[in-house]
Design a protein around this ligand. Structure first.
Ligand SMILES: [Zn+2]
Length: 134
């Protein structure tokens, strides 16, 4: 989310820089323009890069690629082999490390279809609940 905020800030500074470049200002505000126009562009570039960096490395895209939906067979194999505790989202067909979900699926935001697996009985319940052939 931080990355998106930075990108919005960058857009804001870019808009300010544009306005200052195009606006014809009175003579006594000349130094202000000389200072603020490049400064605005600099901030726009800075926040733009920071925002892009955050979005690419720590943001939305990475989160989505980390949690790819699995086929039934893959999910069953993951549930059978993984060490407890972990979570499984039956709507998304996702295997979730316990520390990223804690009872709520980060992809669909549902807690109802997100099963927590703490022991062998939970594991059996999860395995039975996984719909076959998906
Ligand atoms: Zn889900």
């Amino acid at each position: 989310m931080g990355g998106v905020v930075f990108l919005l800030l960058a857009a804001g500074f870019a808009a300010a820089g544009l306005r200052l470049s195009w606006e014809t200002l009175p003579q006594d505000r000349y130094t202000e323009v000389v200072w603020w126009s490049p400064a605005s562009w600099m901030f726009a570039g800075l926040f733009g890069f920071a925002g892009l960096y955050l979005v690419v490395t720590g943001g939305i895209w990475k989160r989505d690629s980390r949690f790819q939906p699995m086929s039934s067979e893959q999910l069953v194999a993951a549930v059978q082999n993984a060490a407890v505790p972990f979570c499984v989202c039956l709507d998304c067909m996702l295997f979730l490390p316990y520390e990223v979900s804690v009872g709520r699926c980060p992809r669909c935001e549902s807690s109802g279809s997100c099963l927590e697996v703490h022991n062998g009985a939970d594991r059996k319940t999860a395995l039975n609940a996984i719909p076959p052939g998906r």
